[in-house]
Design a protein around this ligand. Structure first.
Ligand SMILES: [Zn+2]
Length: 343
């Protein structure tokens, strides 16, 4: 059933034997990055769903497996892309964002495509461009626990309508990292849905119910005069550790770390953090280990943060998103995203 491009296997209308009776069996049957086409009632249009760009974010693939196992006929043709199958299967299952030595696949959707991850991203992009779906939803989990939200590079009515099928909050960013949602630029409205934490029960339902709405509706584009009631948060800034910086998660200051955040730092997700609330302990180097550049590349650290008694504080109230409690992700990606709330 696979085409000549083994880099991205293609399956049409999978048999139940491929779907299997568990997500693990399903992924073993796919064995690598796979595109699955499902015939819909209206075969003149296609909608796409991508998931598992990160192998440790399972809500999307659980929801797709559930959808396929139920044997539902979607409203229009559907393309499912299940990406980092090997990373997800690598033991213990669903614990690897990507395989050791490989790049983060959701940073590879821009040239150069000259390594294995780049080639997978390129194959996915080529397939999407050839299919021309009317929309693309990319399903993820946040690394910490928290509510669902969307992320996109556009905030037009179509992107709000798509978001509203899953959640009422949308982060709109001008930052370009090579994420798949950036193909919104080439006229495929795309929203990344962060369904919540990988272990949050609510995340599973966000993905499952969202997929049912997205694939069941006759029309998913914006309709004139409808208010989608989506809150927009523009251009959050990433608080990052500089190269070689070490983050720790503990309720006591760790002497070998440059920054120590609380063990349950993810409770800050989505909340407003007032100036008075310490965010972390800093090591001897203080703020010098941190950087908070906006999408234009301008350093904003000193504008938003200060140190007092070896602890990190925000200068004004800020709202945090995607707070991780993984020191690995803190070092390789970012500590969290934030926006100022002082207006
Ligand atoms: Zn992700």
């Amino acid at each position: 059933m696979s085409n000549e491009r083994t880099i991205l296997k293609v399956i049409h209308d999978p048999e139940q034997s491929i779907v299997g009776d568990s997500v693990e069996v399903f992924l073993q049957n796919l064995s690598g990055p796979t595109a699955i086409f499902l015939k819909g009632k209206d075969t003149s249009r296609t909608r796409a769903i991508c998931t598992l760009l990160h192998g440790n974010e399972p809500s999307g693939v659980y929801a797709i497996h559930n959808y396929l196992a139920l044997g539902i006929e979607p409203a229009v043709n559907t393309l499912f892309i299940v990406a980092s199958v090997q990373a997800a299967l690598s033991k213990p299952a669903f614990s690897h964002r990507f395989l050791k030595g490989k790049r983060d696949l959701n940073r590879c959707f821009k040239p150069p495509f000259d390594d294995e991850q780049g080639a997978i991203a390129d194959a996915i992009l080529q397939l999407i461009h050839s299919v021309k779906p009317e929309a693309l939803i990319d399903l993820h989990n946040t690394s910490g626990s928290g509510p669902a939200f969307g992320v996109s590079i556009k905030e037009d009515a179509d992107h709000l309508a798509l978001t509203s099928l899953f959640t009422n909050d949308l982060i709109v960013t001008d930052l370009r990292l090579g994420a798949i949602m950036e193909i919104s630029e080439s006229d495929v409205p795309t929203v990344t849905i962060e369904c919540g934490g990988a272990n949050d029960t609510s995340a599973k339902f966000v993905a499952q119910e969202g997929i049912l709405r997205y694939l069941g509706a006759d029309n998913i584009r914006a309709e004139m005069g409808l208010d989608y009631r989506v809150n927009i948060f523009k251009n959050p800034i990433r608080l990052e550790l500089k190269q070689g910086g070490i983050a720790a998660y503990s309720n006591d200051k760790q002497s070998d770390a440059d920054i120590t955040l609380a063990e349950n730092a993810e409770r800050l997700n989505y909340g407003m953090v007032p100036h008075e609330e310490p965010l972390a302990f800093l090591g001897d180097k203080g703020l010098a280990v941190l950087t908070a550049k906006d999408y234009k590349g301008t350093e904003r650290l000193g504008e938003f943060f200060e140190v007092s008694d070896g602890q990190l504080f925000s200068k004004h109230p800020i709202k945090l998103f995607m707070v991780t409690t993984s020191s690995e992700i803190a070092a390789s990606d970012c500590l969290f995203y934030f926006i100022g709330c002082n207006k």
